[in-house]
Design a protein around this ligand. Sequence first.
Ligand SMILES: C[S@@+](CC[C@H](N)C(=O)[O-])C[C@H]1O[C@@H](n2cnc3c(N)ncnc32)[C@H](O)[C@@H]1O
Length: 359
Amino acid sequence: MSNAPSQQPHPQHEPHASHPDDQARTTLVTLAYGAMATHTVAAALRLGVFDRIGDGRATADELADRCAARPGELARLLRALTGLGLLTEPEPGRFALTPAGAQARSDAPGSLHAVLQLFSDPMMLRAWERLDDSVRTGEPAFDTVHGTDFFGYLAERPALSERFNAAMSQGSAHTAELLPAAYPFDRFRTVADIGGGDGTLLAGILRAHPGLRGILFDRPEGLAQAGPRLARDGLADRCALVTGDFFATAPEGADAYLLKSVIHDWNDERCARILGHIRRVVPDDGRLLILEPVLPERTGPGDDAISYLSDLNMLVNVGGRERTRDDFARLCEAAGFAVRSVTALPRPNRFSVIEAEPV
Ligand SMILES: C[S@@+](CC[C@H](N)C(=O)[O-])C[C@H]1O[C@@H](n2cnc3c(N)ncnc32)[C@H](O)[C@@H]1O
């Protein structure tokens, strides 16, 4: 490892530490270490570091037994997590969670524990190792690596599918809090969430609008955790669970059809099928509501990389893509809908509500 790039400026360059070359070098070195950061967090999750530190402070010696790890090596991991901004060392050798580290706890309100687990799971990372293949072919590397498509892979593995559903739920919880105030759902009678997973988003809408009913539509493995999830909020009798394939059908009986993080999973041809089934059942005064990040038409210096990385994640793992406003308008138009409004949810949320009506 003696050839590892160092972020330390060479002594003779010290007086010019803000030289543009230094910034460029720091950018590249940070990227060179990027995958190691992901694996460091993944190891900490597997060892239970965040949950075991909890609200308190702990030394590596105190944590070693609880994490079944060697104190010396655990201390090295804790130092690295501190460098990544997830822990602090308020007194020598004693570590505490930062606000970001606290959200990596499995039991924290607003936890992203399951999201971090999913994104560092070899299932997804192995496909990423073949990103260049996907860029060459336009096909999801996932299918070549695993011999099946993403959702087929989950269907065969109930425990992994439950973790996926938990990650989607954690990823949607923030949107579920913001959405009811950002869009006037009170004009509807029944909202159908297509590919709605465990119902976290729909539950947020139904809680905020007691007069509304819900239909949660997904594959059997998508709905596996939905019953208890809705019952926990006392919503079981206001929401029907409907098992089905959105490439074959859409449930009748709603006047709003919601699709969150579904359209970005698929190419245009597959999206046309999903939207086509919804178009056949949506009433004339009904609405299609697509919740996705909207890419700018052109990249700009203020963009964060997350939306573009998510776009590549869709390419390698599921064969989908993130889209611009024009892309959404074209997709909707081809399926018999016209986009009426695009409303960005408040930052740091990255989602927009794309509202379309049947034409
Ligand atoms: C990326 S997840 C989004 C879940 C949820 N809408 C959210 O944003 O949290 C995609 C969802 O589509 C569901 N799905 C995938 N293929 C499907 C199909 N052919 N028919 C119905 N649902 C499907 C998955 O089970 C999963 O719940």
